[in-house]
Design a protein around this ligand. Sequence first.
Ligand code: ATP
Ligand code: MG
Length: 385
Amino acid sequence: MPEKILVVDDDVDSLKLIGLMLQKNGYEVIAANNGSRALQKAVAEIPDLIILDVMMPDMNGYEVCRRLRANPDTQNIPIIMFTAKTLIDDKVAGFEAGADDYLTKPTHPAELASRVRAILARSSSGKQPKKGPSKGATIGVIGAKGGVGTTTLAINLGAAMLQQGDDPIICDLRLGQGSMGLFLGMGRSHGLANVLRRSPQDIRTETIEGEIVTHASGLRTLLSSAHPREMEIKFTPDMASALIEGLRQLGRPTVFDLGAGLNRITAHIQRQMDKLILIVEPNTPTLTMARELINDLATEGAGRINVAVVNRAQSSLQTPWHEVEKILGQDIRAIISAAPELAFQSIEAGTPIVLYQPNAIVASQMIKLAEDMKPRIRSIAGGDS
Ligand SMILES: Nc1ncnc2c1ncn2[C@@H]1O[C@H](COP(=O)(O)OP(=O)(O)OP(=O)(O)O)[C@@H](O)[C@H]1O
Ligand SMILES: [Mg+2]
């Protein structure tokens, strides 16, 4: 796969020029024309390198650099600062803000290419797996609204990751309202309830492991049943936290069906999700609710939502995706087509769509999303995921 480079410049002409030079050298280029968009894209895309202009109106390059360094997700991405200035003070300020290298405009294409190559070589040799027991990443799938396909996406992400050689667990946190098991033909499974019925200090890796049930496909699950009485089981935020930490030892990664919106449990544990995927549908009520949810989560720290996915998109009608991006103030990472018949059949067969009909368009969209999540979760899992 080509290395991905994020180029940030408020000047569209230099954005194009640098982008072209890099593309000619075989890199994948993404662009942002201001600081806040750059931060968003850096978190969403986890590029291999960022080339950052210093002079930008909304937020200058130093500030962008500082914020990238303050976020654990982006702190290790190499940064080259790019500016028209040649003053020595600027270089110092750039390095102090955390830049790895400095280039002055105008730059000769050969110089740009060689600096980029050098930085990328340096950073990839530094990417040795960490020592010690590594933990699995956690991915939370959250719906802007009920019924948008949160459970479907969580199941299929897990199944696609399994196909791609990972060893994921999917976990249905909706005690007494579980539909994950029902979609997989494992409706009687209630492993989560069994874990929670124990005393809180018993919520540990070993006890959780005993409640994991493997689907016919090999996909491991920790399920909630649809038995309403399960809702009466005591489930506190602390218990949920212990559960997640326990699952980190088992799932590579663990994908959580968080349900729609926020409740007492999900509001607490969203912080423990390494990645949050927001599912929306392209209609006004859902997008309005999504906007509210994004705002709510943003008070927890900017950019909590890493990935936004539009589900059940129909080509001809509904809000166009760039409108959706505008409403959400967030890039859309994946668009999943509407495939009602296939969705129905896969449930009847108890088999995730990506395994039931891997060549269908929806399946390939889901598989691509799973692939796309990988570099993001690898940076957390410490190299062995
Ligand atoms: N891309 C799609 N195209 C067509 N139907 C879909 C798609 N994704 C999901 N569905 C169907 O929509 C219905 C709702 O999906 P799902 O249960 O996954 O949503 P949810 O957001 O988890 O709902 P709930 O809030 O009830 O938990 C299901 O019947 C599912 O098969
Ligand atoms: Mg659901």
